[in-house]
Write a protein that binds this ligand. Structure first.
Ligand code: DGY
Length: 331
């Protein structure tokens, strides 16, 4: 959609985002924008590099790598980048900072949806729901059996959170009514304010691995957290424990996870995120019955995706006006 308009700031929207955000941009009268008019295929890199040339603002999602090459292609007009995501590992913050480009993102509005999905994935994994429905419809359902399809329950368990932020707290709040015995967490440093809301104890990464019956990864992907979930961690976990990741695939060493799952080092894993995405259907993790893999849908509710879209649009418009964004990353 090419808007032929005067000298309004030019914006490229690198994805057909949900309607609320597009409506805000259209009705603002503040920008002329061009849109990659598909949600099914990301804009090809080559096309993106061309389309950003000379723009004042760019709105993207997590499939666009925003690095030096792209920022150079955009040139010095680019003042604002708005990503429709809470994660920002696809952005080279250093390069953005160097160029004085302001960055908006979409925390908070997706916390409830992500926490809900994490609980759903945790229960699906621990109570073996995918295996169970498969057995029911493919003839595996014989007589009622005493230990068939048994899993692990939350009651009396210890739940560990790797990376305690808004989402980790929201997950713990939802799990508490399942009679969890204890919440523990680890992070770069204790986060007493967040932790006190859910009565969680700060422990080392090793302690987290050793004590958790359920280990939920909720941290951002950074150089410090890259593949933090590896052989070392899995080898310290109980063989009855469940590993859940709804953050980023890059925090996990997938070969090590496969090893841990296939040797019974841990009981099961539920993943909403992988490397790469999509995970090739031939990937060994898909062969493991005790591994539930979802296609990165944690924030995928209509309400949340529209809220993310609207927030991304508003961040962009505010940034272009030189005003504080609703949610701006400190660079
Ligand atoms: C994000 O926002 O970073 C999620 O991964 C998608 O909602």
């Amino acid at each position: 959609v090419q808007r032929e308009m005067s000298n309004l700031p030019r914006v490229y929207v690198a994805r057909q985002i949900p309607p609320e955000g597009l409506k805000i941009l259209r009705e603002s009268g503040q920008v002329q924008f061009e849109l990659w008019d598909s949600d099914d295929v990301p804009v090809p890199r080559k096309e993106l590099l061309q389309k950003v040339r000379g723009v004042d603002g760019l709105l993207c999602v997590l499939t666009e790598k925003i690095d030096a090459e792209l920022l150079d292609a955009a040139g010095p007009n680019l003042k604002v980048l708005s990503t429709m995501s809470v994660g920002f590992d696809h952005l080279s913050l250093e390069e953005l900072k160097k160029r004085g480009i302001r960055v908006g993102y979409t925390p908070d509005v997706l916390t409830d949806a992500v926490a809900e999905l994490t609980v759903a994935l945790l229960l699906t994994t621990s109570r073996r729901l995918i295996e169970a429905t498969h057995e029911a419809k493919t003839g595996g359902w014989g007589t009622w059996r005493t230990l068939w399809l048994c899993g692990y329950e939350l009651a009396n368990s210890t739940v560990g959170i790797l990376g305690l932020g808004r989402i980790g707290v929201a997950i713990a709040e939802r799990l508490a009514p399942f009679k969890v015995k204890k919440f523990i967490y680890t992070d770069m440093a204790p986060r007493p304010e967040l932790a006190s809301a859910i009565n969680a104890e700060y422990v080392s990464l090793d302690e987290l691995a050793m004590q958790s019956d359920f280990l939920a990864v909720c941290c951002a992907l950074t150089p410090e957290t890259k593949e933090i979930c590896n052989k070392d961690l899995f080898s310290k976990m109980k063989n009855t424990s469940i590993f859940i990741n709804t953050s980023r695939g890059g925090v996990v060493n997938q070969e090590d996870l496969y090893e841990a799952l296939s040797t019974g080092q841990i009981a099961a894993a539920g993943l909403d995120v992988t490397v790469p995405e999509p995970l090739p259907t031939s990937h060994p993790l898909f062969t493991q019955k005790n591994c539930v893999i979802l296609p990165h849908i944690a924030s995928a509710s209509y309400t949340t995706r529209n809220a993310m879209s609207a927030l991304a649009a508003n961040n962009l418009l505010l940034g272009l006006r030189g005003e504080p964004m609703i949610k701006e990353l400190k660079l």
